[in-house]
Design a protein around this ligand. Sequence first.
Ligand code: GUN
Length: 289
Amino acid sequence: MTGIKIDGKIIAQTVKDRVKKATTELKSQGINPCLATVLIGNNPASATYVKNKHKACEEVGISTKDHKLDENITQQQLSEIIDELNADVSVHGILVQLPLPKHLNEFATTSRISPIKDVDGLTPHNAGLLAMKKAALVACTPSGVMEMFDYHNIDLEGKNIVLINRSNLVGKPLYHLLLEKNATVITCHSRTKDIEKFCQSADIIITAVGDRTKFILTPEMIKEKSIVIDVAISRFEDKLVGDCDYDKIIEKASFATPVPGGVGPMTVAMLLKNTITATSLGIQIGRQQ
Ligand code: GUN
């Protein structure tokens, strides 16, 4: 028996429908939710992601401001642009697309964003609130994964969950979100010895490596009826792939996400949701327009 597909496109649409309603309501009160994106350099994958984010905003009625910056911009110039967006009352959310060109500092950049406009949940303020169970703005991919569990009524309490990622954008926020749900969470990474042993004892595996030359999650590595969430997306042998082959893993898993069409659409949907949350935070402190 094969498992159940967790369809990110369908679940993302339910989120978008809710966001569209909230946007319409805000507009009827004269408030126009707006997301500013900042894209630096010429990374084609990043350009596509930003384009998709703009398209999704348009679908639900959120306005956008598009900043495309030269590859050679200095840290100081970038900080000035972020400061301008922080001060712009018509902008409610700010997203600086990652990765940045090598000469720019990711921490200095993301922590420059006003915490109430931080739709990626990457500022120290929001990352700290998440660790203390008080977050309003949480990184989009992790909250999208949680939305997938919710949609399928997957109970996380007492589950052994293995994360294969420790980044600020995926692994660390997920660790806190899963812990809040009373799961037992193990974080594996590139230096973990014997990842296979951890995977075999996991009820749920959330994998986000994104490099097939380094890691592939095979059916032999997972427990019968476990749940596999594949966050990775990379180009391999001219195809978009995750860390596992969905068609093979679903033969053994009880639930799994495909790539593409799994976690990816959820990330975009949660960005829209965060933009509405950021708009509400702006209203609460009287900075809306
Ligand atoms: N690059 C890949 N994923 C993301 C994301 O969720 N946010 C930002 N800002 N950059 C990314």
